[in-house]
Design a protein. Structure first.
Length: 228
């Protein structure tokens, strides 16, 4: 699945590179406004009104995750790193607030040495639902703290039991469920059509198949992208 993520990231990087060429009307360029809101115009140094309600973007990033579990076998004491890639789409509900969703391929997982070396990959398709606050500063720089939740469905992943030299699906009987959901919190920063964000996923769903053990995802995410 990592090959799939790398392929997606390379395709998106190519698209982003093309969008970044001169002449592209980014969301904070002189020719376009970022949705429905306000920004600082350079011509008179005052706030201008923008009337484009919808916006979109493409994002790629890194994920540092682990699994917190009551099960000694599944509880991770080491972080696993992965990739994320996808697109965002949003709608501005006021000059300073917006609702955003999208679709992302995200690699999560964990690793443990407590019961022999044991690692697992959990690859998801995720849909976030976020509310963002847009703080506009001079020179087209925008700070966007956000809060929301996500739902995900596991589409791949392998468990590697190094002690017994075995590898099998993460969703085999007795291990992980496909479904996941939880809270999201973080902050994004945009300049012109560039985006950088940092966020944290706090899983609420029990992703383990054993009802007696609470097993939940935790993930720190860094994203870069372009808006349009």
């Amino acid at each position: 699945m990592k090959k799939i993520a790398l392929t997606i990231a390379l395709v998106l990087a190519t698209v982003l590179s093309a969008m970044a060429q001169p002449g592209y009307g980014g969301p904070y360029s002189r020719n376009r406004g970022h949705g429905y809101g306000y920004g600082y115009g350079r011509d008179r140094g005052r706030i201008h009104y923008y009337d484009n309600n919808f916006y979109g973007g493409i994002k790629v990033g890194l994920v540092a995750s682990h699994v917190s579990s009551n099960s000694e076998y599944l509880d991770a004491n080491r972080l696993e790193t992965g990739l994320s890639a996808g697109f965002a789409a949003g709608f501005n509900i006021s000059p300073f607030a917006s609702l955003e969703s999208g679709l992302y391929y995200v690699e999560k997982g964990g690793s443990s040495n407590s019961n022999g070396r044991f690692s697992y990959e959990l690859d998801y398709l995720e849909v976030p639902f976020l509310i963002k606050y847009n703080y506009y500063s001079p020179n087209n720089f925008v700070v966007q703290p956000y809060l929301g939740f996500y739902v995900g469905f596991g589409v791949g992943g392998m468990i590697r039991d190094f002690q017994n030299r075995e590898a099998f699906s993460s969703y085999s009987d007795g291990y992980f469920r496909h479904g996941d959901s939880g809270f999201k919190i973080g902050c994004g920063f945009t300049y012109s059509f560039l985006y950088f964000g940092v966020g944290y996923d706090l899983g609420l769903s029990n992703i383990g198949q054993d009802f007696f053990d609470d097993t939940r995802n935790r993930a720190l995410r860094l994203n870069v992208g372009f808006a349009f």
